[in-house]
Write a protein that binds this ligand. Structure first.
Ligand SMILES: Cc1ncc(C[n+]2csc(CCOP(=O)(O)OP(=O)(O)O)c2C)c(N)n1
Length: 652
């Protein structure tokens, strides 16, 4: 797409077409509708002014990258976005030379962009480097770590703060309040003199000049166009000699331009042209509207941040089929409310994911017991640790993949001090359409090696509630992992039960019917697969036991050892990488006890699992299936028989 050759009218026409494409394709595939509709003009302006792949765009989270994909040779494949074999929903270096940096976790763009700048300066080349980051990404500590470093690292750095007042939910905290004050302040206009001078110096006849004139108009109307609320509080008092001196960016040695209307193409283009020529690191504060151009998305920014297929006319998403069990997240949210009602020591903490985790219900019903700390997982864990030292039982509801961010806080703060923080690790397992950045496949490995930690996985939603209840009675860091989507559909008891720590549940013992003995250990959400495997093996004459491990740490050494000695073959099943996972824990125990029963480990291989339309497709591809598990059991016995026959033949 030769955006640079287009006139302003053509650019505006293109913006319309892009919006249409986004709304129609995503209605089928699902995806990040609101964020992308919000950056149509910004992305067009970026491509108008800069030249990728030479110039580098680093998108924070990169969920807003669809427009960039459409403009960089991927239009014909856009209908495949987030589906099996199709385009990724995020920036991916292997997908295009125009995606110079992959991402999907928040807060990485500024640091990585600064690294690119440092490399450019070392090489002596002249690429422009642009980091595009959201107002909620700015609540993330890494963004500030980067800003602390920019001015003394490079002279050429362009940051674009894409401010739409929303993360997934409404942005929270002091930074958000600060940005709001900034954009509503009557003397906000930091576009200022030298920008005007720059505009006047532009050579006549260039489109940019015409755009610049339009820009002035647009700039005047910027705030009213976007329709942000004026701040109710007094803004003059910052205690530091005037509002201007308190600009965070300028205090950090970054030139600040804005706020400008992020839907005003001429204004965006002129401002970016200016930034390109600026010989000082610069941040441009751009105001955009999430969901711009689509009524349904404007009405419900949280839902349309990211969603599954929807009806274009109404914005309604497909209702769950009748009889679909509640989502794990909803069960978690309801259980939190009940637990908090009965026990004053319990609070819920989310890192900017109230609806995704299900904690929104707590926010609604018991707001005083609910904390949204922003996209700040490290802070969330440390905050929880602080509360735990005061006798509280904080529950951190954080996706498995995002908790990776806070690993040191888990080790150094929660575990080392042995604090009763509860980690509800949501999305443990696959997030199929998001892909490798979002799959939660490493948490067992990273938790089970840390002393003092207790790690469990419920087989169904009733057990999830029991485990949460149990965790609130513990004096150690406790981790509960469960996946995305519908639970198992079992009834939940009125009164949860305490589960004995480290105690597995024997669901089905051997029948001693003369069949070859196979003991299945399906962890957590692998129980349905385990049960199906059991049925198939029994049909083939095997004598099958099923154990619900419940605990990855501490393992139920007694039960595991018993079956290790009684069975001919053990099968562990886990929605986690095999390496370092639950099966590894069983093998370590067997090694310790000198048990030589073969262990078949069913789980994810030692590679990053790509995105796909459904979890089933990926399970089929990687063999987390009934057929493959049964085949491996058969093969194990065939090998054992062959080995035995070989050994007998040798004796003869
Ligand atoms: C470390 C981390 N935590 C949580 C998330 C989930 N998440 C994805 S996008 C998003 C909100 C981003 O808001 P913002 O940066 O303002 O961008 P916008 O969507 O508003 O354009 C969140 C919390 C994430 N991607 N990474």
């Amino acid at each position: 797409m030769h955006v640079k050759k287009l006139t302003l009218d053509q650019l505006q026409q293109l913006a319309e077409e892009i919006r249409h494409e986004l709304i129609t394709v995503l209605a089928k595939n699902g995806g990040h509708v609101g964020p992308n509709l919000g950056v149509v003009e910004l992305t067009l302006a970026l491509h108008y002014v800069f030249n990728t792949p030479k110039d580098k765009f680093l998108w924070d989270v990169s969920h807003q990258i669809y427009v960039h994909k459409l403009l960089t040779g991927r239009k014909s494949r856009f209908h495949t976005v987030r589906s099996t074999g199709g385009l990724s929903g995020f920036a991916l270096r292997t997908e295009s030379e125009h995606d110079c940096y992959g991402a999907a976790h928040a807060g990485t763009a500024l640091s990585a962009a600064l690294g690119v700048c440092a490399a450019r300066d070392q090489r002596g080349s002249d690429e422009n480097v642009v980091a595009i980051f959201g107002d909620a990404a700015l609540t993330n500590g890494i963004s500030f770590e980067a800003m602390n470093n920019i001015a003394n690292t490079t002279k050429k750095f362009i940051g674009i703060l894409n401010d739409n007042e929303w993360g997934i939910a409404k942005n929270v905290g002091a930074i958000s309040t600060y940005l709001n004050r900034l954009i509503t302040h009557p003397s906000y206009n930091k576009l200022a003199r030298d920008f005007e001078r720059f505009v006047r110096r532009l050579p006549k006849g260039e489109l940019a000049l015409k755009l610049a004139h339009k820009a002035e108009e647009g700039f005047k109307g910027a705030l009213t166009d976007v329709g942000l609320q004026p701040s109710p509080s007094g803004m003059e008092i910052d205690g530091r000699g005037g509002y201007g001196s308190s600009l965070i960016f300028e205090e950090m040695g970054l030139r600040y331009l804005g706020p400008i209307d992020g839907h005003n193409l001429p204004l965006l283009i002129s401002t970016l042209e200016f930034a390109k020529r600026c010989d000082q690191p610069i941040v441009i504060h751009v105001l955009t509207q999430k969901g711009k151009g689509y009524e349904a998305a404007l009405k419900n920014p949280e839902k349309f941040h990211g969603l599954g297929p929807y009806d274009i006319a109404t914005g309604a998403t497909l209702p769950a089929k009748p009889g679909t069990p509640p989502n794990w997240q909803d069960v978690f949210g309801q259980a939190m409310v009940k637990l908090c009602q009965k026990d004053n020591s319990i609070v819920g903490i989310t890192a900017a994911m109230p609806s995704g985790t299900g904690l929104k219900l707590l926010e609604k019903t018991m707001p005083s017991r609910y904390y949204d700390v922003g996209i700040a997982e490290e802070h969330a864990v440390l905050f929880a640790c602080g509360m735990a030292t005061m006798g509280f039982h904080p529950v951190c509801a954080i996706y498995s993949t995002f908790l990776q961010r806070a690993y040191d806080c888990i080790v150094h703060d929660a575990a080392l001090q042995d604090l009763p923080v509860i980690f509800c690790m949501d999305r443990a397992g696959l997030s199929a359409q998001d892909g490798p950045t979002h799959h939660g496949l490493f948490d067992i490995a990273y938790v089970r090696s840390v002393p003092n930690c207790i790690a469990m996985a419920p087989k169904d939603e009733d057990e999830l509630v029991d485990m949460m209840f149990t965790a609130t009675h513990e004096r150690h860091p406790t981790f509960i992992r469960y996946p995305r989507g519908p639970a198992e559909g079992v009834p939940i008891k009125d009164q949860p039960r305490l589960i004995e720590i480290g105690k597995a549940e024997v669901i089905q013992n051997f029948k001693n019917n003369g069949g070859r003995k196979v003991a299945l250990f399906p962890l957590g959400n692998m129980m349905p697969l385990g049960r199906k495997v059991a049925v198939q093996l029994a049909a083939e004459g095997y004598d099958v036991a099923i154990v619900n491990p419940r605990f990855v740490k501490p393992l139920d050494a007694g039960v595991t050892e018993f079956f290790g000695r009684a069975a001919d073959v053990i099968v562990t099943l886990e929605d986690h990488v095999v390496m370092g996972g639950y099966g590894s824990a069983v093998l370590e125990l067997f090694n310790d006890k000198r048990i030589s029963t073969p262990v078949i480990q069913v789980g994810w291989p030692d590679r990053f699992i790509e995105h796909a339309t459904t979890v089933e497709e990926l399970r089929n591809k990687y063999g987390l299936t009934v057929e493959n598990t049964v085949a491996r059991v058969r093969a194990e016995f065939a090998t054992a028989v062959a080995d035995r026959q070989g050994a007998i033949a040798q004796l003869r």
